[in-house]
Design a protein around this ligand. Sequence first.
Ligand code: SF4
Length: 449
Amino acid sequence: MKKIGFVSLGCPKNLVDSEVMMGRLRQAGYEITNDASEADTLVVNTCGFIESAKKESVDAILEAARQKSGGNCQRLVVAGCLVERYREELRQEIPEVDAFIGTNQINDITTVCDERTNMRSLPVVSIGNQSATYLYNESTPRVLTTPGYSAYIKIAEGCDRPCAFCFIPQMRGHFRSRRFESVISEAQQLAERGVKEIILVAQDSSRYGEDLGLKDGLAHLLRALAGLNGIEWVRVMYTYPTHISDVFLDVMASEPKAVKYLDMPLQHASAKVLKLMLRGGTRTSLERLIDRVRRRVPGIAIRTTFITGFPGETEADFQELLAFIRNAQFDRVGVFPYSDEEGTRAYDLSDKVDERVAESRRARLMKEQARISRRLNKGRVGSTVRVLFEGAAKESDLLWQGRLETQAPDIDGCVLINDAPEDYTPVPGDFVNVYITEAHTYDLVGRIV
Ligand code: SF4
Protein backbone atom coordinates (compact mmCIF):
# COMPACT_ATOMS: atom_id res chain seq x y z
CA MET A 1 0.00 0.00 0.00
CA LYS A 2 1.46 3.35 -1.04
CA LYS A 3 2.02 5.83 1.80
CA ILE A 4 1.20 9.51 1.55
CA GLY A 5 2.63 12.18 3.86
CA PHE A 6 0.85 15.53 4.28
CA VAL A 7 2.02 18.98 5.28
CA SER A 8 -0.99 21.27 5.83
CA LEU A 9 -0.33 25.01 6.17
CA GLY A 10 -2.45 28.13 6.61
CA CYS A 11 -5.97 28.51 7.98
CA PRO A 12 -8.62 26.01 9.14
CA LYS A 13 -10.33 26.30 5.75
CA ASN A 14 -7.17 24.96 4.12
CA LEU A 15 -6.98 22.28 6.81
CA VAL A 16 -10.43 21.05 5.80
CA ASP A 17 -9.15 20.78 2.20
CA SER A 18 -6.22 18.68 3.46
CA GLU A 19 -8.61 16.44 5.42
CA VAL A 20 -10.75 15.95 2.31
CA MET A 21 -7.69 15.13 0.18
CA MET A 22 -6.57 12.60 2.81
CA GLY A 23 -10.07 11.12 2.85
CA ARG A 24 -10.10 10.67 -0.91
CA LEU A 25 -6.61 9.13 -0.89
CA ARG A 26 -7.49 6.72 1.89
CA GLN A 27 -10.65 5.75 0.01
CA ALA A 28 -8.47 5.09 -3.05
CA GLY A 29 -6.35 2.67 -1.03
CA TYR A 30 -3.46 4.85 0.07
CA GLU A 31 -2.18 4.94 3.65
CA ILE A 32 -1.80 8.36 5.28
CA THR A 33 1.40 8.62 7.33
CA ASN A 34 2.58 11.28 9.77
CA ASP A 35 6.18 10.32 9.12
CA ALA A 36 7.46 12.09 6.00
CA SER A 37 10.51 9.83 5.88
CA GLU A 38 8.37 6.77 5.16
CA ALA A 39 6.09 8.43 2.61
CA ASP A 40 6.16 7.39 -1.05
CA THR A 41 4.42 10.62 -1.95
CA LEU A 42 4.50 13.96 -0.12
CA VAL A 43 1.69 16.49 -0.46
CA VAL A 44 2.29 20.08 0.68
CA ASN A 45 -0.97 22.02 1.00
CA THR A 46 0.14 25.63 0.92
CA CYS A 47 -1.02 29.08 2.06
CA GLY A 48 -0.58 32.16 -0.16
CA PHE A 49 -2.11 34.92 1.98
CA ILE A 50 0.73 37.18 3.14
CA GLU A 51 4.54 37.31 2.90
CA SER A 52 5.27 35.31 6.06
CA ALA A 53 2.79 32.57 5.11
CA LYS A 54 4.15 32.38 1.56
CA LYS A 55 7.69 32.02 2.89
CA GLU A 56 6.59 29.22 5.24
CA SER A 57 4.97 27.44 2.29
CA VAL A 58 8.02 27.75 0.02
CA ASP A 59 10.25 26.48 2.85
CA ALA A 60 7.98 23.46 3.31
CA ILE A 61 8.06 22.69 -0.45
CA LEU A 62 11.87 23.00 -0.51
CA GLU A 63 12.14 20.69 2.51
CA ALA A 64 9.92 18.13 0.73
CA ALA A 65 12.03 18.55 -2.44
CA ARG A 66 15.11 17.74 -0.35
CA GLN A 67 13.38 14.62 0.95
CA LYS A 68 12.66 13.61 -2.65
CA SER A 69 16.20 14.36 -3.91
CA GLY A 70 17.47 12.37 -0.92
CA GLY A 71 15.47 9.39 -2.21
CA ASN A 72 13.04 9.40 0.73
CA CYS A 73 10.01 9.76 -1.48
CA GLN A 74 9.25 9.30 -5.16
CA ARG A 75 6.58 11.92 -5.77
CA LEU A 76 5.97 15.49 -4.63
CA VAL A 77 2.59 17.17 -5.01
CA VAL A 78 1.93 20.82 -4.14
CA ALA A 79 -1.62 22.04 -3.49
CA GLY A 80 -3.45 25.06 -2.13
CA CYS A 81 -3.51 28.83 -2.38
CA LEU A 82 0.16 29.38 -3.28
CA VAL A 83 -0.43 27.27 -6.42
CA GLU A 84 -3.25 29.61 -7.48
CA ARG A 85 -0.89 32.53 -7.13
CA TYR A 86 2.48 31.28 -8.38
CA ARG A 87 1.89 28.01 -10.25
CA GLU A 88 4.22 28.87 -13.16
CA GLU A 89 6.95 30.38 -10.96
CA LEU A 90 6.89 27.32 -8.66
CA ARG A 91 6.99 24.94 -11.65
CA GLN A 92 10.08 26.70 -13.05
CA GLU A 93 11.92 27.26 -9.78
CA ILE A 94 11.26 23.90 -8.08
CA PRO A 95 11.45 21.23 -10.79
CA GLU A 96 11.32 18.46 -8.13
CA VAL A 97 7.57 19.04 -7.88
CA ASP A 98 5.72 16.41 -9.93
CA ALA A 99 2.25 17.91 -9.79
CA PHE A 100 0.39 21.06 -8.81
CA ILE A 101 -3.28 21.20 -7.90
CA GLY A 102 -5.20 24.39 -7.21
CA THR A 103 -7.98 25.13 -4.74
CA ASN A 104 -10.63 24.20 -7.31
CA GLN A 105 -9.02 20.81 -8.03
CA ILE A 106 -9.20 19.09 -4.62
CA ASN A 107 -11.00 16.12 -6.18
CA ASP A 108 -8.05 15.50 -8.52
CA ILE A 109 -5.74 14.53 -5.65
CA THR A 110 -5.92 10.76 -6.31
CA THR A 111 -5.18 11.29 -10.01
CA VAL A 112 -2.10 13.45 -9.40
CA CYS A 113 -0.80 11.15 -6.64
CA ASP A 114 -0.99 8.17 -8.99
CA GLU A 115 2.52 7.84 -10.43
CA ARG A 116 1.03 6.38 -13.65
CA THR A 117 -0.61 9.74 -14.34
CA ASN A 118 1.13 11.71 -17.06
CA MET A 119 0.93 15.25 -15.67
CA ARG A 120 1.49 16.82 -19.04
CA SER A 121 -1.81 15.25 -20.18
CA LEU A 122 -3.80 16.98 -17.43
CA PRO A 123 -5.40 20.38 -18.10
CA VAL A 124 -4.18 23.27 -15.90
CA VAL A 125 -7.25 24.24 -13.87
CA SER A 126 -6.84 27.50 -11.99
CA ILE A 127 -9.23 29.99 -10.39
CA GLY A 128 -8.01 32.46 -13.00
CA ASN A 129 -9.15 30.47 -16.06
CA GLN A 130 -12.30 28.77 -14.83
CA SER A 131 -15.20 29.67 -12.57
CA ALA A 132 -14.60 28.09 -9.21
CA THR A 133 -17.20 25.50 -8.37
CA TYR A 134 -15.48 23.16 -5.95
CA LEU A 135 -17.33 22.50 -2.69
CA TYR A 136 -17.15 19.31 -0.63
CA ASN A 137 -20.31 17.76 0.83
CA GLU A 138 -21.56 15.37 3.48
CA SER A 139 -20.59 12.25 1.49
CA THR A 140 -17.04 13.44 0.79
CA PRO A 141 -14.58 11.21 2.68
CA ARG A 142 -12.55 13.17 5.25
CA VAL A 143 -9.73 12.27 7.64
CA LEU A 144 -10.16 14.43 10.76
CA THR A 145 -6.84 15.82 11.99
CA THR A 146 -8.28 17.80 14.91
CA PRO A 147 -8.80 16.08 18.31
CA GLY A 148 -11.79 13.70 18.16
CA TYR A 149 -14.07 15.97 20.18
CA SER A 150 -13.73 19.02 17.87
CA ALA A 151 -14.07 19.50 14.09
CA TYR A 152 -14.21 22.29 11.52
CA ILE A 153 -17.01 22.41 8.96
CA LYS A 154 -16.46 24.59 5.92
CA ILE A 155 -19.90 26.07 5.16
CA ALA A 156 -18.91 28.15 2.12
CA GLU A 157 -15.97 28.83 -0.16
CA GLY A 158 -14.56 31.93 -1.85
CA CYS A 159 -15.27 35.63 -1.32
CA ASP A 160 -16.73 38.50 -3.35
CA ARG A 161 -15.65 41.37 -1.11
CA PRO A 162 -13.16 43.99 -2.38
CA CYS A 163 -10.89 44.37 0.67
CA ALA A 164 -7.92 46.18 -0.81
CA PHE A 165 -5.18 44.22 1.03
CA CYS A 166 -6.55 40.76 0.32
CA PHE A 167 -5.65 38.29 -2.43
CA ILE A 168 -7.99 35.53 -1.20
CA PRO A 169 -10.80 36.09 -3.75
CA GLN A 170 -8.22 35.49 -6.50
CA MET A 171 -7.07 32.25 -4.84
CA ARG A 172 -10.45 30.90 -3.77
CA GLY A 173 -12.87 32.28 -6.36
CA HIS A 174 -16.32 33.75 -5.95
CA PHE A 175 -18.46 33.19 -2.84
CA ARG A 176 -20.51 29.95 -2.86
CA SER A 177 -22.40 28.31 0.00
CA ARG A 178 -22.80 24.60 0.70
CA ARG A 179 -26.36 23.30 0.79
CA PHE A 180 -28.06 23.69 4.19
CA GLU A 181 -28.95 19.98 4.42
CA SER A 182 -25.40 19.01 3.49
CA VAL A 183 -23.92 20.94 6.42
CA ILE A 184 -26.51 19.53 8.83
CA SER A 185 -25.92 15.97 7.63
CA GLU A 186 -22.15 16.34 7.97
CA ALA A 187 -22.55 17.69 11.52
CA GLN A 188 -24.77 14.72 12.43
CA GLN A 189 -22.13 12.32 11.12
CA LEU A 190 -19.45 14.11 13.13
CA ALA A 191 -21.61 13.98 16.27
CA GLU A 192 -22.01 10.23 15.77
CA ARG A 193 -18.19 10.02 15.62
CA GLY A 194 -17.96 11.71 19.05
CA VAL A 195 -17.42 15.30 17.98
CA LYS A 196 -18.79 17.73 20.60
CA GLU A 197 -17.56 21.07 19.22
CA ILE A 198 -18.42 22.13 15.66
CA ILE A 199 -16.49 25.14 14.33
CA LEU A 200 -18.05 26.75 11.25
CA VAL A 201 -15.51 28.32 8.87
CA ALA A 202 -15.58 30.17 5.55
CA GLN A 203 -13.84 33.23 4.18
CA ASP A 204 -17.09 35.13 4.84
CA SER A 205 -19.39 33.14 7.15
CA SER A 206 -21.89 35.97 7.59
CA ARG A 207 -23.08 35.71 3.99
CA TYR A 208 -23.90 32.01 4.34
CA GLY A 209 -26.86 31.04 2.19
CA GLU A 210 -27.34 34.38 0.43
CA ASP A 211 -26.42 32.79 -2.91
CA LEU A 212 -28.92 29.99 -2.17
CA GLY A 213 -31.73 32.52 -1.62
CA LEU A 214 -31.71 31.98 2.17
CA LYS A 215 -32.43 35.03 4.35
CA ASP A 216 -30.43 34.95 7.62
CA GLY A 217 -28.98 31.63 6.50
CA LEU A 218 -26.24 31.65 9.15
CA ALA A 219 -28.78 32.26 11.96
CA HIS A 220 -30.95 29.36 10.79
CA LEU A 221 -27.93 27.11 10.35
CA LEU A 222 -26.68 27.94 13.86
CA ARG A 223 -30.09 27.17 15.38
CA ALA A 224 -30.37 23.86 13.51
CA LEU A 225 -26.84 22.76 14.47
CA ALA A 226 -27.42 23.76 18.12
CA GLY A 227 -30.34 21.34 18.13
CA LEU A 228 -28.33 18.26 17.14
CA ASN A 229 -27.84 15.44 19.67
CA GLY A 230 -24.28 14.99 20.85
CA ILE A 231 -23.14 18.47 19.81
CA GLU A 232 -22.33 20.67 22.82
CA TRP A 233 -20.76 23.72 21.22
CA VAL A 234 -21.29 25.42 17.86
CA ARG A 235 -18.77 28.15 17.10
CA VAL A 236 -18.77 30.56 14.14
CA MET A 237 -15.47 32.00 12.82
CA TYR A 238 -14.79 34.75 10.23
CA THR A 239 -17.92 36.92 10.34
CA TYR A 240 -18.02 40.27 8.56
CA PRO A 241 -18.95 43.45 10.49
CA THR A 242 -21.56 44.75 8.02
CA HIS A 243 -23.43 41.44 8.13
CA ILE A 244 -24.12 40.84 11.83
CA SER A 245 -27.92 40.59 11.94
CA ASP A 246 -30.07 40.83 15.07
CA VAL A 247 -31.61 37.48 14.09
CA PHE A 248 -28.14 35.89 14.19
CA LEU A 249 -27.33 37.51 17.55
CA ASP A 250 -30.69 36.44 19.01
CA VAL A 251 -30.02 32.82 18.02
CA MET A 252 -26.57 33.06 19.62
CA ALA A 253 -28.16 34.49 22.80
CA SER A 254 -31.04 32.00 23.03
CA GLU A 255 -29.35 28.72 22.02
CA PRO A 256 -27.31 27.29 24.94
CA LYS A 257 -25.11 25.31 22.54
CA ALA A 258 -24.27 28.35 20.41
CA VAL A 259 -21.05 29.56 22.07
CA LYS A 260 -21.11 33.18 23.23
CA TYR A 261 -18.15 34.05 21.05
CA LEU A 262 -17.99 36.27 17.98
CA ASP A 263 -14.97 36.23 15.65
CA MET A 264 -15.25 39.41 13.58
CA PRO A 265 -12.12 40.88 11.92
CA LEU A 266 -12.45 44.70 11.86
CA GLN A 267 -9.00 45.51 10.46
CA HIS A 268 -9.00 49.20 11.51
CA ALA A 269 -11.08 51.96 13.18
CA SER A 270 -10.04 55.10 11.32
CA ALA A 271 -12.72 56.02 8.75
CA LYS A 272 -10.01 57.20 6.35
CA VAL A 273 -8.07 53.93 6.53
CA LEU A 274 -11.24 51.78 6.38
CA LYS A 275 -12.19 53.67 3.23
CA LEU A 276 -8.75 53.06 1.70
CA MET A 277 -9.16 49.37 2.61
CA LEU A 278 -12.50 49.38 0.73
CA ARG A 279 -14.22 48.12 3.89
CA GLY A 280 -16.12 51.26 4.90
CA GLY A 281 -17.42 52.17 8.35
CA THR A 282 -16.23 54.58 11.01
CA ARG A 283 -15.10 54.30 14.62
CA THR A 284 -18.58 55.36 15.73
CA SER A 285 -20.36 52.79 13.55
CA LEU A 286 -18.04 50.06 14.85
CA GLU A 287 -18.60 51.11 18.47
CA ARG A 288 -22.36 51.04 17.86
CA LEU A 289 -22.01 47.54 16.39
CA ILE A 290 -20.06 46.30 19.43
CA ASP A 291 -22.66 47.83 21.78
CA ARG A 292 -25.43 46.09 19.86
CA VAL A 293 -23.62 42.74 19.97
CA ARG A 294 -22.99 43.01 23.73
CA ARG A 295 -26.56 44.16 24.46
CA ARG A 296 -28.15 41.32 22.47
CA VAL A 297 -25.74 38.58 23.67
CA PRO A 298 -24.83 39.26 27.33
CA GLY A 299 -21.43 37.89 28.32
CA ILE A 300 -20.30 37.42 24.72
CA ALA A 301 -16.55 37.39 24.01
CA ILE A 302 -15.46 39.27 20.88
CA ARG A 303 -12.36 38.30 18.91
CA THR A 304 -11.08 40.60 16.20
CA THR A 305 -8.00 41.37 14.11
CA PHE A 306 -6.36 44.59 12.93
CA ILE A 307 -3.78 45.59 10.34
CA THR A 308 -1.16 48.25 11.16
CA GLY A 309 0.83 50.20 8.56
CA PHE A 310 -1.77 50.10 5.75
CA PRO A 311 -0.75 52.56 2.98
CA GLY A 312 -1.78 56.07 4.01
CA GLU A 313 -2.06 55.25 7.74
CA THR A 314 -0.68 58.18 9.76
CA GLU A 315 0.26 58.31 13.45
CA ALA A 316 -3.09 60.08 14.02
CA ASP A 317 -4.95 57.16 12.38
CA PHE A 318 -3.01 54.74 14.53
CA GLN A 319 -3.80 56.77 17.67
CA GLU A 320 -7.48 56.51 16.77
CA LEU A 321 -7.16 52.73 16.47
CA LEU A 322 -5.36 52.59 19.83
CA ALA A 323 -8.09 54.70 21.47
CA PHE A 324 -10.72 52.45 19.86
CA ILE A 325 -9.37 49.24 21.40
CA ARG A 326 -8.81 50.95 24.76
CA ASN A 327 -12.48 51.86 24.67
CA ALA A 328 -13.82 48.61 23.21
CA GLN A 329 -11.95 46.25 25.58
CA PHE A 330 -12.01 43.25 23.20
CA ASP A 331 -11.53 39.82 24.70
CA ARG A 332 -9.24 38.55 21.96
CA VAL A 333 -7.19 40.55 19.44
CA GLY A 334 -4.73 39.61 16.68
CA VAL A 335 -2.66 42.31 14.94
CA PHE A 336 -0.75 41.95 11.67
CA PRO A 337 1.63 44.44 10.05
CA TYR A 338 0.45 45.25 6.53
CA SER A 339 1.89 42.90 3.87
CA ASP A 340 2.31 44.55 0.45
CA GLU A 341 0.76 41.88 -1.78
CA GLU A 342 1.22 42.16 -5.55
CA GLY A 343 -2.10 41.81 -7.38
CA THR A 344 -4.14 43.46 -4.62
CA ARG A 345 -5.65 46.94 -4.96
CA ALA A 346 -3.58 48.19 -2.00
CA TYR A 347 -0.37 47.31 -3.84
CA ASP A 348 -0.94 50.23 -6.20
CA LEU A 349 -1.64 52.74 -3.42
CA SER A 350 0.87 55.48 -2.60
CA ASP A 351 2.00 56.57 0.91
CA LYS A 352 3.37 53.15 1.82
CA VAL A 353 4.28 52.95 5.51
CA ASP A 354 7.79 51.82 6.49
CA GLU A 355 7.73 48.16 7.58
CA ARG A 356 9.52 49.03 10.85
CA VAL A 357 6.79 51.59 11.65
CA ALA A 358 4.08 49.03 10.82
CA GLU A 359 5.79 46.48 13.07
CA SER A 360 6.26 48.94 15.97
CA ARG A 361 2.58 49.92 15.73
CA ARG A 362 1.68 46.20 15.83
CA ALA A 363 3.77 45.80 19.00
CA ARG A 364 2.24 48.91 20.63
CA LEU A 365 -1.28 47.66 19.93
CA MET A 366 -0.51 44.18 21.30
CA LYS A 367 1.05 45.72 24.42
CA GLU A 368 -2.19 47.62 25.05
CA GLN A 369 -4.27 44.50 24.39
CA ALA A 370 -2.12 42.41 26.74
CA ARG A 371 -2.97 44.89 29.51
CA ILE A 372 -6.69 44.60 28.68
CA SER A 373 -6.58 40.80 28.47
CA ARG A 374 -4.81 40.53 31.84
CA ARG A 375 -7.42 42.76 33.49
CA LEU A 376 -10.33 40.78 31.97
CA ASN A 377 -8.74 37.48 33.03
CA LYS A 378 -8.19 38.78 36.59
CA GLY A 379 -11.95 39.31 36.76
CA ARG A 380 -12.38 35.54 36.41
CA VAL A 381 -10.36 34.59 39.50
CA GLY A 382 -12.62 33.09 42.15
CA SER A 383 -15.25 31.96 39.64
CA THR A 384 -16.13 28.40 38.56
CA VAL A 385 -16.30 27.94 34.79
CA ARG A 386 -17.35 25.14 32.39
CA VAL A 387 -14.34 23.87 30.47
CA LEU A 388 -13.91 21.51 27.50
CA PHE A 389 -11.17 19.19 28.78
CA GLU A 390 -8.39 18.63 26.23
CA GLY A 391 -5.85 16.50 28.14
CA ALA A 392 -2.13 17.17 28.75
CA ALA A 393 -1.16 20.84 28.46
CA LYS A 394 0.94 21.81 25.46
CA GLU A 395 3.31 23.80 27.67
CA SER A 396 3.86 21.27 30.49
CA ASP A 397 3.25 17.56 31.16
CA LEU A 398 2.55 18.47 34.77
CA LEU A 399 -0.60 20.32 33.78
CA TRP A 400 -3.80 19.55 31.97
CA GLN A 401 -5.55 22.05 29.75
CA GLY A 402 -8.97 22.88 28.45
CA ARG A 403 -10.94 25.69 26.86
CA LEU A 404 -13.79 27.97 27.81
CA GLU A 405 -16.55 28.44 25.24
CA THR A 406 -14.98 31.87 24.72
CA GLN A 407 -11.65 30.35 23.65
CA ALA A 408 -11.24 29.00 20.12
CA PRO A 409 -8.59 26.31 19.51
CA ASP A 410 -5.03 27.31 18.57
CA ILE A 411 -5.59 31.09 18.39
CA ASP A 412 -6.90 31.97 21.89
CA GLY A 413 -5.57 31.28 25.38
CA CYS A 414 -6.63 28.23 27.40
CA VAL A 415 -7.40 27.08 30.94
CA LEU A 416 -4.46 25.34 32.60
CA ILE A 417 -5.57 22.77 35.17
CA ASN A 418 -3.24 21.93 38.05
CA ASP A 419 -5.46 19.83 40.31
CA ALA A 420 -8.56 17.61 40.45
CA PRO A 421 -10.47 15.59 43.05
CA GLU A 422 -8.72 12.33 43.91
CA ASP A 423 -9.50 9.40 41.61
CA TYR A 424 -11.06 11.67 39.03
CA THR A 425 -9.37 11.59 35.63
CA PRO A 426 -11.41 13.20 32.87
CA VAL A 427 -10.89 12.19 29.27
CA PRO A 428 -10.39 14.65 26.38
CA GLY A 429 -13.81 15.85 25.23
CA ASP A 430 -15.34 15.79 28.71
CA PHE A 431 -16.83 18.99 30.11
CA VAL A 432 -15.53 19.77 33.60
CA ASN A 433 -16.05 22.58 36.12
CA VAL A 434 -12.89 24.49 36.96
CA TYR A 435 -12.44 26.88 39.89
CA ILE A 436 -10.14 29.70 38.64
CA THR A 437 -7.32 30.49 41.04
CA GLU A 438 -4.91 32.49 38.84
CA ALA A 439 -4.94 34.75 35.77
CA HIS A 440 -2.17 35.23 33.21
CA THR A 441 -2.17 37.56 30.19
CA TYR A 442 -3.97 35.08 27.94
CA ASP A 443 -4.38 31.87 30.00
CA LEU A 444 -6.28 31.08 33.19
CA VAL A 445 -5.23 28.57 35.86
CA GLY A 446 -7.50 26.53 38.09
CA ARG A 447 -8.49 23.19 39.58
CA ILE A 448 -11.30 20.83 38.69
CA VAL A 449 -14.12 20.89 41.25
S1 SF4 B 1 -13.75 39.36 3.55
FE1 SF4 B 1 -12.09 40.66 2.78
S2 SF4 B 1 -10.32 39.97 3.98
FE2 SF4 B 1 -11.85 38.36 4.15
S3 SF4 B 1 -11.39 36.89 2.50
FE3 SF4 B 1 -12.89 38.38 1.72
S4 SF4 B 1 -11.70 39.96 0.68
FE4 SF4 B 1 -10.32 38.82 2.04
